[in-house]
Design a protein around this ligand. Structure first.
Ligand code: 4AD
Ligand code: MG
Length: 476
């Protein structure tokens, strides 16, 4: 018999049909009821065993997480919670899971504990739901950009340039770490290295995406990026995925419109593709909110919040206006912010979250940041102080998108690179884009795990990527 996936069986299974299903046992109750899951859906299939006519040794092996193949007949369900179930005719154990050794019990484990079992955690409801939503969002991104006629562009992972100029890069080398070739001055001689120069893992595909935009018009990248920033927070990873659209002939307003449209599309798409997973995550979120102090609780449930964000315009204001709002705010006046608020500072997460969660109660796009806290490539405003940057700020998360209109003037870009110590020898090709057929253009980067965090309502970024990479943590 051909195997049918549980998702399809629950959706279309007809009473009386003979089927084969395969999966992992979630629970086995009363020597009779198997809850079977194969990863295709959060919902389990109930398989009813005729224990009187089943070998006792076999019954003992029906333990949580054992892999089984079951032949059976579809019947109307007697119990509640599902409309159909199957009556087992034949059961084959494909792989045992010794209950004395298997580390996950059919009960609620802490997410911290599950992180240490990253190879088994997708067998839990919560993690499998998160991974399916993550998958839907990834698909949604490609769908969105394809429908808009954007070209998916692959940018390199090994690069010689520091796109963000923040110096937080992982070096890639095949030197013997104990004995690298040295120059006469005693420095490591990267000329002798594999690529004949020092290279790193990319922190962003933007600079290469600009090459794409300035020829193909509208492109996007979606790939892994790497940052050696030592921030052990619930929103940072050392390896994360980023979506970076880059568009010729877009100004900052066009850029903001695209970012807003994309996020709303992704939220709607996830709600349409993963209703059962999101319903489960909504309940989990509600449970978790109950455990929080009153002032930290979200006013809206997860699904309500997704719906709200998808249906309402984001607030747009300049950085300068935001500083004024923060200075008028209660927490500022009462000295409740940990970090100072002054024009020129980099906004801290507490400031971003105040704006989003307390002041506007919706996503906020801040624009026109001071040039000294932003990257060299951003278009300079006429005031000489600010650049055409935009950050999209989200409730519970803070920055979810960072982007800008790009500096298209060769001279201004070169001056800025020199001021900021960005080596022009390495970025000669980037500068040449401004020499030959330059044009206004813009783009942004969406942190993929941050949107997954928002849509799933999970609290820690390490729980929305299968194998998180963070300081002192690269198991699996
Ligand atoms: O603001 P960032 O650093 O912007 C750039 O890299 C630009 N080159 C993007 C562009 O204009 N094409 O990063 C963009 C987004 C952030 O808003 C955040 O969502 C995410 O990437 N991000 C991280 N996500 C997880 N872990 C980290 N360490 C992250 N750093 C940035
Ligand atoms: Mg940023």
């Amino acid at each position: 018999m051909k195997r049918i996936k549980i998702k399809d069986l629950l959706a279309h299974g007809e009473v009386g049909a003979k089927v084969t299903v395969k999966g992992w046992i979630r629970t086995f109750r009363s020597n009779r009821f198997i809850a079977l899951n194969d990863g295709s859906t959060i919902n389990n299939l109930q398989a009813v065993v005729d224990f009187e006519n089943t070998d006792e040794d076999l019954l003992k092996r029906l333990t949580t997480s054992a892999a089984v193949a079951i032949d059976g007949e579809v019947v109307e369900s007697q119990g509640k919670g599902q409309s159909i179930e199957i009556v087992v005719e034949k059961i084959e154990i494909l792989g045992d899971a010794d209950p004395d050794e298997y580390p996950l019990q059919p009960k609620r484990h802490s997410l911290e504990f599950l992180r240490e079992k990253a190879h088994l955690r997708p067998r839990t409801q919560v993690m499998s739901a998160v991974y399916r939503v993550r998958n839907a969002l990834a698909y949604g991104i490609h769908k969105f950009f394809n429908e808009k006629g954007f070209l998916y562009m692959h940018t390199p992972i090994i690069t010689g340039s520091d796109a963000e100029g923040a110096g937080e890069m992982f070096r890639v080398t095949n030197f013997d770490p104990l004995n690298p070739p040295k120059t006469e001055d005693g420095e490591v001689d990267y000329k002798e290295d594999f690529f004949g120069k020092a290279v790193n893992l990319s922190v962003s595909g933007q600079l290469e995406a600009e090459v794409g935009a300035m020829s193909m018009g509208e492109v996007y990248t979606f790939g892994p990026t790497f940052r050696a920033e030592n921030s052990n927070t619930s929103r940072h990873l050392a390896e994360f995925w980023m979506i970076e659209p880059e568009m010729a002939f877009y100004d900052l307003d066009d850029n903001m419109d695209l970012a807003e449209e994309m996020i709303k599309y992704l939220i709607d798409f996830a709600m349409e593709q993963c209703p059962d997973d999101l319903k489960f995550l909504d309940q989990r979120y509600a449970q978790e909110q109950k455990g929080k102090p009153q002032n930290e609780r979200s006013d809206l449930g997860l699904l309500e919040r997704l719906d709200f964000v998808s249906k309402n315009d984001f607030e747009r204001l300049t950085y300068t206006e935001a500083i004024e709002v923060l200075k008028r705010s209660k927490p500022f006046k009462k000295g409740k912010f940990k970090y100072p608020v002054d024009w020129g500072i980099d906004l801290q997460s507490e400031h971003e979250r105040y704006l989003v969660e307390k002041e506007y109660k919706k996503p906020v796009i801040l624009t026109d940041y001071p040039k000294d806290i932003k990257s060299f490539y951003m278009k300079q405003n006429d005031d000489g102080k600010t650049v055409r940057a935009m950050d999209v700020l989200f409730p519970g998360i803070g920055e979810i998108i960072g982007g800008s209109q790009r500096e298209e003037s060769y001279d201004k870009l070169l001056t800025r690179m020199n001021e900021m110590g960005v080596p022009q020898e390495e970025l000669w090709w980037y500068l040449e884009l401004r020499k030959f057929g330059t044009a206004p253009h813009s783009g942004f980067g969406l942190g993929f795990e941050r949107i997954v965090l928002f849509v799933t309502g999970m609290g820690n970024i390490r729980d929305v990527i299968p194998f998180p990479r963070a300081p002192k943590s690269a198991e699996f």
